[in-house]
Design a protein. Structure first.
Length: 301
């Protein structure tokens, strides 16, 4: 397993913080772009081809270091990384996001990822969260319940929001744990995930069809940036850098503002209604994410 060299502590912290904070904005942009895509010609498969195909080409030189299936990383971690952050994750997330406003999606997908990560750590890896982290997990659950109450009368959210998006969060949490144990660097892991996701997507074109060659150029251009360049390339690499530089716990803490950013972006760019309860749920969940990561705990886990 490769040994990853780290820069001095102060430099590592600054790089990790910058990477993690950048991921927050990218994730919020991605949520908004997925909602925007509902009214266009591009299908979830088309978006997945853009998300993974473009970074697969950009990151292909890194495959020379690892090969297409590096034995040092282990078969199980590689499979879990591809499923948890690759094409399978994208299709699950797209199915849920197309039925969920950006403000609620920010809570139910990235907002529950740290909760899913903590639960896997406890149930599978034997981690023991302290009291503050447990309070954070309860706050995340409270945020979801507040959304449920706010939409119980008629509402915009369906089972796709409450079941599919948290399942997507579980997939990403599985990827996070697998990546930490693979020994791969952020660029190498991104190259492998995008290559194999593209390999999965291409045979699906004859079965599911594609509108990439008939959709308006303007629509494709609008999705290339948030899907291929930002979410597929930068977010995948930056998330890995954040985990490597800060550790998974501290890196995850910076994503606590993603639900807030998604809610604001959905309201400003898409004109989505955001009521007081949704805003409250967003901030409660963001606080819960911050606490659940253990950043404010006295002892580090």
């Amino acid at each position: 397993m490769a040994v990853i060299e780290r820069p001095p502590a102060s430099t590592s912290t600054m790089l990790g913080a910058a990477a993690a904070l950048s991921v927050v904005g990218i994730w919020a942009t991605w949520l908004i772009s997925m909602r925007y895509s509902r009214g266009g010609m591009l299908t979830p498969l088309d978006l997945s081809l853009l998300r993974f195909g473009i970074p697969a080409l950009v990151l292909s030189p890194f495959l020379r270091r690892t090969g297409l299936w590096p034995r040092s990383a282990g078969t199980l971690p590689l499979v879990l990384m591809i499923v948890g952050a690759g094409a399978p994750f994208f299709q699950v997330a797209a199915f849920g996001l197309h039925a969920t406003p950006a403000s609620a999606a920010g809570v139910l997908l990235p907002g529950t990822m740290p909760l899913a990560t903590a639960l896997i750590g406890m149930l599978v890896l034997g981690e023991r969260p302290d009291r503050l982290r447990k309070i954070g997990m309860l706050a995340i659950l409270a945020g979801g319940l507040m959304l449920l109450i706010g939409t119980a009368s008629g509402a915009a959210l369906t089972w796709r929001s409450y079941l599919v998006l948290p399942f997507g969060a579980v997939l990403w949490a599985i990827y996070t744990h697998a990546f930490r144990r693979s020994g791969l660097g952020a660029f190498e892991a991104g190259a492998l995930i995008c290559f194999w996701s593209t390999t999965i997507n291409l045979p699906l074109i004859p079965l599911m069809g594609s509108n990439l060659f008939v959709a308006p150029v303007s629509e494709i251009a609008l999705q290339i940036v948030p899907q291929g360049l930002l979410s597929g390339l930068l977010a995948t690499v930056l998330y890995g850098i954040g985990v490597r530089m800060l550790g998974a716990t501290k890196a995850a803490a910076y994503t606590a503002v993603t639900p807030v950013a998604a809610a604001i972006g959905g309201a400003v760019l898409l004109g989505e209604a955001v009521d007081a309860l949704t805003i409250a749920a967003t901030f409660v969940t963001g606080l819960g994410v911050l606490l659940s990561t253990g950043l404010l705990s006295r002892r580090r886990t």
